[in-house]
Design a protein around this ligand. Structure first.
Ligand code: 2AM
Ligand code: CA
Ligand code: CA
Ligand code: CA
Length: 255
């Protein structure tokens, strides 16, 4: 199957899962703790992941799947087609706020960020694109954001990092035009891609990063690991997603 055909079918799947999730929110679901009271998983996370993985396997039977809640494959290399799935990103927001959460899927081909999908469920907005086709919100193509510097940009910095103040992030926050936190890597990535935020600094797992990295790169934004510089989507890193100017400014300050 052609990549463009896979893309169309995954877009349809993202609308399917959006409708299912809205419907599911009307019923009751269990909330469990994973590592602590700050780290939740619900029945809906698990159901979404099982459904997405099952449908993705129908779309592309040869693909491997990396996903957060344990229904994926044990993927050791990015050879061939690899889907990376976050069935609910911002589970805490899903439980506490019933908004500001996303569903994310990405397709990597031989390690290359190829297609990204971020569904803002409550706003009914699918941010998608890649593979040289541009980035779209539903059917509307969006432009690359202006190359603003730190002084002229709002920044998102991961809450844990802000609290402990590591890597000299307080200086980044001081110099930025303002600081924001939304509690969903997917929503925060959407904000960088649309230029509402100049840069996003956070510890990200593969499923937090994969889709946003495709969209950010497609628009010429920079995705960089603070420690290793180049980002490996498979390993958990402190990652900066930002305009070129914000990247230069932040890299001068963080350590
Ligand atoms: P999640 O909801 O899919 O777990 C919250 O600040 C953001 O960080 C969310 O995008 C959340 O994704 C992500 N995150 C990654 N690891 C986390 C953890 N151990 N605990 C809470 N949120 C985490
Ligand atoms: Ca989680
Ligand atoms: Ca996540
Ligand atoms: Ca998740």
């Amino acid at each position: 199957m052609m990549l463009s055909e896979i893309d169309q079918r995954v877009q349809n799947l993202m609308w399917d899962i959006q409708k299912r999730t809205l419907q599911r929110m009307k019923e009751s679901y269990d909330v469990d703790l994973k590592t602590s009271y700050k780290d939740l998983v619900t029945t809906v996370d698990k159901e979404n992941e099982q459904y997405l993985n099952q449908q993705l396997r129908k779309i592309d039977p040869s693909a491997q799947i990396i996903s957060e809640e344990g229904y994926g494959d044990r993927v050791k290399s990015l050879n061939g087609h690899v889907f990376i799935v976050d069935p609910i990103d911002g589970t805490m927001n899903f439980v506490m706020q019933h908004r500001n959460f996303a569903i994310m899927v990405a397709l990597y081909v031989d390690g290359k960020p190829t297609y990204g999908y971020i569904m803002d469920v409550m706003n009914g907005e699918l941010y998608h694109g890649g593979n040289g086709t541009g980035v779209f919100v539903n059917d509307r193509q969006i432009n690359a954001p202006a190359n603003n510097n730190l002084h002229d940009s709002l920044m998102v910095v991961n809450a844990g990092l802000t609290i402990d103040g590591g890597h000299n992030v307080r200086e980044v926050e001081r110099q930025a035009r303002g600081l924001r936190m939304y509690g969903s890597a997917g929503i925060e990535m959407i904000y960088v891609v649309t230029g509402r935020i100049g840069g996003y600094l956070s510890y990200l797992k593969p499923w937090d990063l994969a889709a946003g990295m495709v969209l950010a790169k497609e628009l010429g934004l920079v995705v960089k690991g603070i420690d290793e510089q180049s980002v490996d989507v498979l390993s958990s890193n402190l990652v900066l997603v930002a305009t070129k100017q914000v990247t230069d400014d932040v890299l001068e300050l963080v350590n």
